[in-house]
Design a protein around this ligand. Structure first.
Ligand SMILES: Cc1cc2nc3c(=O)[nH]c(=O)nc-3n(C[C@H](O)[C@H](O)[C@H](O)COP(=O)(O)OP(=O)(O)OC[C@H]3O[C@@H](n4cnc5c(N)ncnc54)[C@H](O)[C@@H]3O)c2cc1C
Length: 802
């Protein structure tokens, strides 16, 4: 065993060996893996080995596609068999909403180049004859679905990694992690100490314990999971003898997945009476045993399966596999550099190792070697959770996620477990005003305020929801008078020190404003991808405030700390500063009524003011596209500030508004939003953010941004008015130009003020000319849409800048 290494991967499950292999594939060979037992000694050995591309997040789906395509390559490279069976698979829909969801998935697959198809009950019976299609409306068929041999696949990855120079050490357990001052690690094992520059936590079932050795919490939890393997089933044997194979069948109504296993079938369940496992920690002596069979837990699911797949009722059970595997609160992996740590990387929480393991390995290797993954991986970034997360939050969320594994996911849905979570001093006041809450990065955020007989629960829907009328009412209140909402859900940072301006000039691509002014700027990666869209406020030359996405604060924090320099202090003050946004034509009157300080701020000015009795920072800017102000204060002053604004605003018709109205208002002025129009998948030149770049300074990502300026990218962001019916664009719907898919939507919605359905999307640059007519597929219907060139409200920005 070598005692120094560039990278030490802890854990020889399918994920650890994939990380190891991808590090060698991308050029690092001084890498090693330690495994406390044999390879596959955690969840991996008892997996059912199924794989599929279907994932609500398109980047996750693409990485799953990558994983599946990798297996043949591994087999060819190593000469080892992964036991691949590319049998295809169908996901059934027994109700209209699920069918809508599958149709929307299929639409996304069109521009992703995935050859899935929607098929009817007759075709389902033909392709998957063991299925009773009574009550089935249709299904989504994916030819890439299949299954493999978990052990063979893990060993193929391991051999490929060894061929690239990696060392794998078995029967060696990591017992302690100690970081040296230079950021490298002393990794203590039961066979001696290894000095490693980087450590990767791929410890699967023990990832919580390994994270704790480094002093951090890994937000994941193991769940028990059970599948049954039958004896030979004549109908399956017949198919095999005729040279065929039975495809996978996912039956969300029965919360089951079914596939051929030998000459019989294998069926697994995501049962409602599910059970978290090893709540207080995974025992070190667990590994090669299974959990006791538990038929009671899956009794209802088995009953349902007998109706859907009648052959099962007559089949004998050959074996029962009951084992644990880990989930993050949202079911996606936890990958990337752990925020607040140096050289400590996460590759855990992978609940579908055989669909996702390759993508996880590739992503982590790119991140470690190139400094960034080559696509937006926010959906699995370990930094999508902040330091507010605890086991008390993770456990109920993981249970919820397990139980919802096969549920329909609606775009407007708010999940209830572990809620309310984090609240501001306004929570009970807003509750009394009828707030209907959403949830963002642990924070409760009002989606809208229900008045009169408006619904106090927004029914999940793919179409315009029953919050439509309330949202429209709030939009009108803003545009016609003045509206108010909280600024608690902005990520906020304070940057101070003698080198604060110089540092910001390097980190941000745009202009850093002078004292008393605000500027908007993109933040870029070295490769010129968007990492953030920031508002920078200059309080004085050594003190700046930054605001951006609340949900991206840990990612931004990680980036800032990575690039921190002497002479600069950076604080994440997201929850230390709160306040309100007031917006609408009467917002200036409202502010003036609450302060004796001068309120003649120009657009993008800022000033310290006493508002009511609170010391506030007031900024003349608003995401609503209207005349508006952001008023920041200490959370301890927030209720007093509210009381004053409310009293003064009453005669002006002041109305609270929520995120639904906010997202409608922003459409009117064509404002893009983070993780919709702006994300690490896109560049400034593609999204119009290049206009904020200050070219005559040095900044991170400049070379890449300049290259794009000189050779513009192939696609560009465009805005469309859609002839929609009762459903608007959400995201990733395909855009047809001349009958061919040539683009996709980044987001959209209904502009309540103008009565128009709006879509934003990326299309070929040369096509983006005035008068362009396109079609956008919404829930299976091709909807005509026209390119818009001017904002549909306050086109000249007169009102916003007045
Ligand atoms: C019943 C069941 C069925 C499943 N079916 C499927 C399926 O069909 N398809 C699919 O994609 N997924 C399936 N899964 C999930 C799949 O098993 C996991 O996603 C996958 O195995 C996770 O792999 P891993 O490498 O992250 O973790 P693990 O397999 O748990 O590997 C972690 C490894 O780290 C080692 N280790 C831990 N701590 C240390 C330490 N301190 N020092 C050294 N070594 C250490 C362990 O010994 C272990 O070998 C199933 C899971 C279960 C339980």
């Amino acid at each position: 065993m070598k005692t120094t290494t560039q990278v030490l991967v802890i854990g020889g499950g399918v994920v650890g060996v994939s990380v190891l292999y991808h590090l060698t594939k991308l050029g690092w060979s001084d890498v090693m893996l330690v495994e406390r037992s044999e390879l596959t000694s955690g969840s991996t050995w008892h997996a059912a080995g199924g794989f599929h591309t279907l994932n609500g997040d398109t980047n996750m789906a693409a990485l799953q596609g990558y994983t599946i395509m990798l297996y043949r390559e591994l087999e060819e490279m190593t000469g080892l068999s992964c036991g691949l069976h590319h049998v295809g698979g169908v996901t059934l829909a027994d109700n209209r909403d699920r069918f809508d969801m599958l149709v929307a998935e299929r639409a996304k697959h069109r521009y992703m180049g995935l050859e899935t198809e929607i098929i009817g009950p007759e075709e389902i019976s033909k392709r998957a004859p063991v299925t009773n299609t009574d009550g089935i409306i249709g299904g989504l068929y994916d030819p890439l679905d299949g299954h493999l041999d978990p052990s063979g696949t893990t060993h193929a990855y391991a051999k490929a990694a060894r061929m690239g120079g990696a060392e794998i050490v078995l029967h060696t357990r990591v017992t302690a992690l100690d970081q040296r001052a230079d950021g490298t690690w002393d990794v203590t094992t039961d066979k001696g100490v290894i000095h490693a520059e980087h450590v990767v936590n791929a410890a699967g079932l023990w990832a919580r314990e390994v994270a704790a050795m480094a002093g951090v919490y890994a937000p994941l939890h193991p769940m028990e999971h059970q599948y049954l393997v039958t004896e030979e089933i004549p109908q399956i044997a017949e198919i095999i003898d005729a040279g065929g194979e039975h495809p996978h069948v996912m039956d969300p109504a029965g919360e089951s997945y079914l596939r051929q296993e030998g000459r019989g079938l294998c069926i697994g369940f995501y049962e409602q009476p599910c059970r978290p496992w090893a709540v207080d920690g995974t025992p070190w002596d667990f590994g090669h045993e299974l959990l006791p069979d538990d038929f009671d837990k899956i009794g209802d699911s088995v009953e349902f399966a007998y109706r859907r797949f009648p052959v099962l009722e007559r089949a004998g059970v050959k074996s029962v596999i009951h084992g644990p595997f880990t989930f993050a609160p949202d079911g996606n992996p936890l990958v990337g550099p752990v925020p607040g740590m140096r050289n400590f990387w996460s590759a855990c929480g992978v609940m579908a190792g055989f669909s996702q393991g390759g993508g996880v390995g590739l992503t982590l290797a790119q991140w470690m070697i190139d400094g960034e993954p080559d696509r937006d991986v926010t959906a699995m970034d370990v930094a999508r959770y902040g330091d507010w997360i605890t086991p008390g939050y993770t456990r109920p969320k993981v249970i919820e996620n397990y139980q919802r594994r096969f549920s329909v996911s609606y775009p407007n849905e708010e999940l209830p477990a572990a809620r309310p979570c984090r609240t501001t001093p306004m929570h009970d006041i807003f509750e009394e005003l009828g707030a209907v809450w959403g949830h963002q990065y642990g924070l409760e955020v009002p989606n809208y305020f229900a008045q009169g007989d408006e619904p106090t629960f927004e029914t999940p829907s793919f179409r315009r929801s029953d919050a439509f009328a309330a949202t429209g009412r709030e939009v009108r209140a803003v545009r016609e008078g003045v509206g108010i909402n909280e600024v608690h859900n902005f990520g906020k940072f304070r940057v101070t020190g003698p080198r604060a301006r110089a540092w910001l000039d390097r980190i941000m691509a745009g202009r850093i404003p002078k004292r008393g002014r605000i500027a908007l700027t993109p933040m870029l990666s070295e490769k010129g991808r968007l990492l953030g869209d920031f508002t920078v406020s200059c309080l004085d030359d050594t003190c700046f405030q930054l605001t951006a996405s609340y949900g991206a604060q840990a990612q931004h924090w990680r980036w800032f700390i990575h690039h921190q320099e002497p002479g600069v202090t950076i604080e994440n003050i997201s929850d230390k500063l709160t306040g309100f946004q007031i917006a609408g034509p009467r917002s200036r009157d409202l502010l003036a009524a609450c302060t004796r300080d001068a309120t003649d701020l120009r657009f993008l000015d800022l000033a310290q003011m006493t508002v009511g009795q609170a010391a506030c920072l007031v900024q003349r800017v608003s995401f609503t596209g209207d005349l508006g102000y952001e008023i920041y204060c200490d959370p301890m002053d927030q209720r007093a500030l509210w009381t004053r604004l409310c009293e003064a605003g009453q005669p002006m018709g002041l109305a609270p508004f929520g995120m639904r109205a906010m997202m409608s208002l922003r459409l009117d002025r064509f404002f893009g939003a983070w993780m919709r129009e702006f994300s690490p998948d896109y560049t400034p030149a593609e999204t119009g953010m290049a206009r904020f770049i200050k070219w005559d300074k040095d900044f991170i990502g400049k070379a890449a941004a300049e290259a794009e300026r000189d050779t513009p990218p192939a696609r560009t962001l465009a805005v469309f008015e859609v002839d929609a019916d009762d459903a608007d664009v959400v995201a990733y719907e395909p855009i047809f130009i001349d009958g061919r898919v040539q683009g996709f939507c980044t987001s959209g919605g209904y502009s309540h003020w103008t009565g128009k359905s709006i879509a934003y999307g990326l299309i070929p640059r040369e096509q983006a000319t005035p008068g362009l007519e396109v079609e956008i597929e919404i829930l299976g219907d091709l909807r005509p849409a026209r390119l818009l060139t001017d904002p549909i409200f306050d086109a000249t920005g007169e009102r916003m800048r007045a």
